[in-house]
Design a protein around this ligand. Structure first.
Ligand SMILES: [Fe+2]
Ligand SMILES: [Fe+2]
Length: 287
C-alpha cells in the first residue's frame, strides 16, 4: 500500500492583515486536489504565535480548509526560539508556558503514526537542548518510537534540518539542530536510522541523501529570504513537498510548485515583524 504525505511548511499565518494567507490558500487548494492520505505542517504555522496567541488561533483555523487529516509540529515562530543558542534581542524564547499555549491550539508536539508500513514520527525541534522537562520526555519518546522501530522504515518530521551536509558539523546557531542536542537525538535513535528526515524552517526546498537517510527540506508557502540574508542551499520558491512512501521502505519526495503563487521576499514584508526591528541594523530578524 502506498501512503502519500503532503508536507507544507512555514505558513506564517496571522490573525491580522493576513500577509501570507493568499499563498497558503492556493497551496492548500492544490493539496486538497491531490488527495493525500496525510498533511503535515512542519512548523511556523503562525506569523508570531509565540508572542501573540491570536496568530496561533488564526493559523489553526485556516488549516480547517484542508480536507485530509493534518498533523503539526511547532516552529520557532509558534513556540519561541531555542534556548541553546544566542537569539536577537526581544525575541521570545521557548518555555513550558509557551509550549502549553501551543498544545492548546495544535495538539501534541510529539506524535507517532504507523501507516503504509512506515512509522511516521513528529518531534518538537524548539525544546531540543532547552533543559526543559519536556525535552527529556521527548528523548524518551524518541527512544520508544524510533529506537524500537526495528526494520520498519521511519519518516521523521522536525522543524529544523538536523544539519546542512553532515552530522559532524559544529556550527551553533538558529538554522539547524545544534551539535549537542543533535548528538542526544541520534543517540535516542538507538541503532535505527530514519529513511526520511523531513524539515522546514529554511524556506528553501533541498533534498540530499546522507548515509541511509534522505533529508528533505520543505519550502515555505509564505516567503523566502533573499540571498543577502541567507545562503542559497536549494530552491527559493513557494510550494510544498509530496512524499510517496511505499511499503517496501522506498520513497520518493518531490517539490510541487503551485501555479499563480508568487515568490515573496520577506525583505518586502518587514512591517509584519516590525516589533522585532533591531536598533543596530534597523531591520527585523525573523528566521
Ligand atoms: Fe519559517
Ligand atoms: Fe522556523
Amino acid at each position: 500500500m502506498t501512503f502519500r504525505i503532503a508536507q507544507i511548511s512555514d505558513t506564517h499565518l496571522d490573525g491580522g492583515p493576513g500577509y501570507f494567507t493568499a499563498g497558503f490558500r492556493a497551496i492548500a487548494a492544490h493539496v486538497n486536489g491531490a488527495r493525500p492520505d496525510l498533511v503535515v505542517n512542519s512548523g511556523d504555522m503562525s506569523l508570531d504565535g509565540a508572542a501573540n496567541a491570536d496568530d496561533l488561533a488564526a493559523a489553526r483555523r485556516l488549516h480547517d480548509e484542508i480536507t485530509a487529516p493534518v498533523r503539526f509540529i511547532p516552529g520557532n515562530h509558534d513556540l519561541g526560539e531555542g534556548a541553546d543558542a544566542p537569539v536577537p534581542p526581544g525575541h521570545p524564547i521557548v518555555s513550558e508556558e509557551r509550549r502549553a499555549q501551543y498544545l492548546d491550539h495544535f495538539g501534541d508536539d510529539t506524535w507517532c503514526l504507523d501507516a503504509g508500513g512506515w512509522r511516521i514520527v513528529g518531534i518538537n525541534a524548539q525544546i531540543l537542548g532547552s533543559g526543559l522537562e519536556s525535552a527529556q520526555a521527548q528523548l524518551r519518546f524518541v527512544a520508544e518510537t524510533i529506537g524500537t522501530a526495528g526494520t520498519t522504515p521511519v519518516a521523521l518530521f522536525v522543524h529544523k534540518p538536523l544539519f546542512h551536509l553532515s552530522a559532524d558539523e559544529d556550527v551553533v546557531g538558529g538554522r539547524f539542530v545544534n551539535p549537542r542536542p543533535r548528538a542526544d537525538l541520534l543517540q535516542a535513535f538507538g541503532g535505527v536510522r530514519p529513511a526520511l528526515v523531513a524539515s522546514g524552517h529554511v524556506h528553501q526546498f533541498f533534498a540530499r541523501r546522507h548515509e541511509e537517510a534522505e533529508h528533505v527540506w520543505a519550502p515555505s508557502t509564505a516567503f523566502v529570504f533573499g540571498d543577502e540574508k541567507q545562503p542559497r542551499y536549494g530552491l527559493k520558491e513557494p510550494g510544498y513537498v509530496e512524499h510517496v512512501l511505499e511499503a517496501d521502505g522506498t520513497h520518493v519526495s518531490r517539490f510541487v510548485a503551485v501555479t499563480g503563487v508568487p515568490t515573496l521576499d520577506i525583505a518586502d514584508y518587514m512591517h509584519a515583524y516590525a516589533h522585532y526591528l533591531q536598533p543596530t541594523t534597523g531591520r527585523a530578524d525573523p528566521r
